[in-house]
Design a binder for this molecule. Structure first.
Ligand SMILES: O=C(CO)[C@H](O)[C@H](O)COP(=O)(O)O
Length: 222
């Protein structure tokens, strides 16, 4: 059974005619976009924005109407994946490098649905290295500031060079171990000059759909 697909397809059931939809990024959001594409082919009337170039390209291939961000003021529903979800519905995101656009989109959405397989459910956030998006200017200085609060900070690399986000920035992957107060850490990180944003999504998810290997869906709501 494809757990990511099962969670994603359940989430897509919430989409109705006339809605503006935020499309997430990653291998779980991929299945949501595929299903939305099928429903559009069957006559669903929606408009969408995407949280990454990759998701936008996929949506366009599938015939999902993509509109400029400036053309809409608010999204009805966004469906996106996560790297970790905790029992309070707080998240770590950004494993795919799209955390900034994902957070902007989630923050401007009325109902943010997170889809995941059971491997993403944790009691305490922090096993997954927290992605922090950093502007390239003086980035080693910013990294040193991050190291003041985190024992293990590594630049994300792609093909041996620093990974560049869709926004032209770097990602520092920060291993904190257990993150017991995500809201406090989010505020600390975002107060460091040079940090654009970080992958902690605190209090943003309205619903989390976790597909389990026994075939059940674990659905958590705010
Ligand atoms: O935050 C993300 C991308 O920036 C993804 O939603 C997250 O990494 C989960 O990815 P996947 O569904 O492939 O496991």
């Amino acid at each position: 059974m494809n757990l990511k697909k099962a969670a994603a397809e359940k989430a897509v059931e919430a989409i109705k005619d006339g809605m503006c939809i935020g499309l997430g990024t990653g291998s779980t959001a991929y299945w949501a976009i595929q299903r939305i594409g099928e429903r559009v082919r069957d006559g669903l009337k929606i408009e969408a924005v995407a949280t990454s170039v990759a998701s936008e390209e996929l949506a366009v291939q599938l015939g999902i109407p993509i509109v400029p961000f400036e053309n809409i003021t608010r999204l009805d529903i966004t469906i996106d994946g996560a790297d970790e979800v905790n029992p309070e519905l707080h998240l770590i995101k950004g494993g795919g490098g799209a955390l900034l656009r994902e957070k902007i989109v989630a923050a401007n959405t009325d109902y943010f649905i997170v889809v995941a397989d059971e491997n993403k459910a944790v009691d305490t956030l922090g096993s997954f290295a927290l992605p922090v998006e950093v502007v390239p200017f003086a980035s080693e200085w910013t990294k040193r500031r991050l190291e003041a609060s985190c024992p293990d900070v590594q630049w994300r690399l792609k093909d041996g060079v620093k990974y560049i986000t869709d926004n032209g920035n770097y990602i520092a992957d920060c291993r904190y171990g257990e993150i017991n107060d995500p809201a406090a850490l989010e505020a600390i990180l975002n107060s460091i000059p040079g940090v654009v944003d970080n992958g902690l999504f605190v209090g943003m998810a309205d619903k989390i759909i976790i597909a389990k290997s026994d075939g059940e869906l674990d659905i958590r709501v705010k």
